[in-house]
Design a protein around this ligand. Structure first.
Ligand SMILES: CC(C)(COP(=O)(O)OP(=O)(O)OC[C@H]1O[C@@H](n2cnc3c(N)ncnc32)[C@H](O)[C@@H]1OP(=O)(O)O)[C@@H](O)C(=O)NCCC(=O)NCCS
Length: 202
């Protein structure tokens, strides 16, 4: 059966929060991370934090099949700190999650395409993020260095990608990419581990 025939993409509602965090936890959980971090993933805690700080509610989507949430993507506010100290607003996305048993059937791609179109319609200028360099170019991403943008710490590498949503938005923008402050202030393994205690034991 082609799941794409029965998939419905819609905005996330408050009542979906728990189901979405459980889904995110299932998608990202890795046994190796338990040994390293004390918790199998921190992305469900990341979603929780983004809802409070810098998350973009109008770009927070779930993919549903017969009432069951099988995929999710959330976006957040970020900016480029330009060499002249001006800030250029951009958006970031992630985590992007699909339940393991529904992966590789096009749901992640459907969520990406749908949310990118919505972001364009809502007038956002550009997206940047860190992700898999083999998966994301299919949506139009290129390496951020092509726009003269580095990470906050001045680096470039293939996993650091960017895409204009408005043509020319990143032209002449040289600077450093600064993500939501949750990454500096909120997101650490101790807090993630504590938060994970609210979920069933894996
Ligand atoms: C990444 C993810 C969202 C993709 O969703 P999906 O519904 O499985 O993706 P689609 O079916 O639309 O696309 C499948 C393609 O993605 C590729 N892909 C999936 N996960 C990938 C990964 N981590 N790295 C590179 N490629 C990946 C598959 O190889 C496949 O490629 P192909 O089309 O060339 O065969 C899903 O696999 C997932 O939830 N993974 C765990 C969490 C994660 O890593 N999220 C992304 C980081 S934010």
């Amino acid at each position: 059966m082609n799941v794409l025939n029965s998939i419905k993409i819609r905005l996330e509602k408050d009542k979906d929060y728990r189901e979405v965090e459980e889904l995110t936890r299932e998608a990202f959980w890795r046994k190796e991370r338990v040994e390293k971090l004390g918790v199998g993933c921190i992305e469900h805690y990341m979603v929780h934090c983004l809802r409070k700080i810098d998350g973009i509610k109008e770009l927070d989507f779930v993919a549903e099949i017969d009432g069951k949430i099988v995929g999710h993507v959330i976006y957040s506010r970020a900016y480029i700190l330009q060499c002249n100290n001006e800030k250029k607003e951009v958006i970031n996305f992630g985590p992007l999650s699909v339940l393991p048993e529904y992966q590789k059937q096009g749901i992640g791609s459907a969520l990406m395409k749908y949310s990118i179109e919505c972001a364009k319609e809502l007038g956002y200028g550009a997206m940047l993020f860190f992700g898999h360099p083999t998966y994301y170019p299919r949506f139009g991403f290129v390496e951020a260095k092509e726009f003269g943008i580095t990470t906050a710490w001045g680096a470039n590498f293939p996993a650091f990608m960017a895409m204009e949503l408005k043509k020319g938005y990143l032209e002449g923008v040289n600077g450093r990419y600064i993500e939501s402050k949750i990454y500096d202030e909120e997101l650490n393994k101790e807090k993630a581990k504590k938060y994970d205690e609210n979920f069933y034991l894996k």
